[in-house]
Design a protein around this ligand. Structure first.
Ligand SMILES: *Cc1c(COP(=O)(O)O)cnc(C)c1O
Length: 507
């Protein structure tokens, strides 16, 4: 039997190159065709339908299927039922339309398949990541003593912030090297402060790091949804009085719901006075570093001991792409592990960079190439303009909603997230009626596929949310959405009214 697998790998043969081209051409054609035909962000197919159609695809056989058949299936089942995130009406989460340079860079990243753990697996890529980290530490305003590493995203970056801070706290307070000895008993006294609007991964990381979710103490937020300094001070006093040990404060530059930015300068001052590690979660707001109008909002990022920045959010990179930064590079030493086969200590003496020493991942993607390619092709100036445009659009949209009696706006958008709710025209007694109408509105639009927005709860009430990342969105599109929401809202109200009527007639 003659097996021929040569053409399934990249290989210097006509067969291999032909297959590579054919596959690439086919997938590019598929995506370009879809791009031309897409007129709403979602097909509107039901969950049951999508699930059963995907299951049907899994009649996997021992023999190869025909390319055309496979492509057709993928197009009809998967692509057609994917959330089309590049459509401007898709604005639920911090989930961005990827820039074309990022999409194209992925093709190279995949073909090169460099692994960023050790230099011998990524001889050029290691320096690309290192230089991008240097480029960003300069933008942040950090000194030469700073450092960073690419991560899978904000979750991992926040985890690393807590990990380094915890290890340092145990060393300073209990003279225990957690990396080697594990957590001491006294570690149960450690406490972390963050605002009530901080990302859930702060608590999740505390749980994973053996501190427990209850080690995270929530500080109240002020009217602008920022961490309230006075409450933080009060909480610190209370904790110390109870014999507990606050060692870290997490500030957020761009909260997930509101996009609010904590006052970094005041928090840094407090952290300094109280000897707390300051981590800033700038997963969302980190993009303001290149903003022309709003850069001042993140000008104090450099005061942080560690920082999270996501590139797969407001930096418009495809998933995954993020980074973690530290003010003092020696802080990474607390998690360094030397494996003889991968990154022996003698490598360090020879000046060889093995990025695994700074990472919680081993095999790691070459995501840095996407950003390099993007900045080279687009320039940082245009990039900043894009970010500013979306923020200004969110502010204008907030004004439209504010001037309409059918809506209530919860926040003056500091960046481009906007929370609001539909206010029914009918009189209502039960406050949960408004919640239900809003939930139904969100669901109805998802089901029609025409407008994808998120739902969340604030102060026990349901709100709708626009996360307006797409620079191709416009104010006229937003006006249309608002009119449509009113139409659909009225229809839902009417149907509910009729149902209530039927109910009373029936009984
Ligand atoms: C998105 C987000 C995270 C989580 O990041 P992932 O990239 O999804 O892992 C953490 N913090 C904030 C403020 C975020 O917006």
């Amino acid at each position: 039997m003659k097996t021929n697998f040569v053409h399934w790998f990249l290989h210097p043969s006509d067969e291999s190159v032909k297959t590579y081209r054919a596959l690439m051409d086919t997938v590019v054609k598929l995506i370009t065709n879809e791009t031309m035909r897409i007129n709403k962000p979602f097909s509107g197919a039901s969950r049951q339908e999508i699930e059963s159609r995907v299951k049907e695809m899994f009649n996997l056989s021992t023999v190869a299927q025909k390319m055309d058949d496979v492509m057709e299936e993928i197009q009809n089942v998967i692509v057609r039922n994917s959330l089309w995130i590049s459509h401007p009406s898709s604005m639920a989460h911090l989930h961005c339309p990827p820039l074309l340079p990022s999409i194209a860079a992925e093709v190279m990243i995949n073909a090169l398949n460099q692994s960023m753990d050790s230099w011998d697996q990524s001889p050029a890529a290691t320096y690309v990541e290192t230089e991008l980290i240097n480029f960003f530490t300069k933008q942040i305003g950090y000194s030469h003593d700073s450092d960073g590493i690419f991560t899978s995203g904000g979750t991992q970056s926040n985890y690393m912030g807590l990990l380094l801070a915890r290890n340092k706290a145990c060393q300073t307070n209990f003279s225990v090297n957690v990396h080697e000895e594990g957590l001491p008993f006294e570690a149960r006294r450690l406490r972390i402060l963050c605002s009530e609007h901080a990302h859930f991964t702060v608590q999740q990381s505390a749980a994973q790091l053996g501190l427990g979710m209850n080690a995270v103490v929530k500080v109240a937020a002020n009217d602008q949804h920022q961490l309230c300094i006075d409450d933080a001070k009060k909480k610190i006093v209370q904790l110390r009085r109870q014999g507990l040990l606050p060692f870290m404060i997490v500030a957020t530059a761009g909260t997930t719901d509101f996009g609010s930015i904590d006052c970094l300068k005041d928090i840094a001052k407090l952290a300094n006075e109280e000897h707390l590690w300051l981590h800033v979660d700038a997963a969302y707001g980190g993009a303001l570093l290149f903003s022309h109008q709003y850069r001042h909002l993140v000008s104090d990022l450099c005061l942080a001991d560690s920082i999270t920045i996501d590139f797969h959010k407001l930096y418009y990179q495809s998933i995954s792409c993020g980074a973690f930064f530290v003010k003092h590079k020696q802080d990474f030493k607390q998690i360094a592990y030397y494996a003889d086969y991968l990154n022996p200590k003698e490598d360090q003496e020879d000046g060889i960079i093995n990025l695994v020493e700074k990472s919680v991942q081993t095999t790691k993607r070459f995501d840095a190439l996407k950003l390099l390619f993007t900045f080279k092709l687009m320039g940082t100036h245009l990039f900043g303009e894009m970010v500013d445009y979306t923020i200004n659009l969110a502010k204008e949209t907030a004004n439209l909603l504010k001037n309409d009696p059918r809506f209530e706006v919860l926040n003056e958008p500091e960046i481009n997230a906007l929370l609001f709710r539909y206010i029914p025209s009918q009189r209502w007694e039960d406050p949960s009626y408004v919640d239900e109408i809003n939930l139904e509105l969100q669901r109805a639009f998802y089901q029609s596929g025409e407008l994808i927005m998120a739902k969340t709860r604030q102060g026990g009430k349901v709100y709708l949310k626009f996360t307006m990342l797409n620079p191709l969105n416009t104010i006229s599109k937003m006006k249309t959405h608002i009119e449509r929401m009113k139409q659909v809202g009225e229809k839902i109200e009417k149907e509910r009214g009729e149902k209530r009527y039927e109910y009373s007639v029936h009984y």
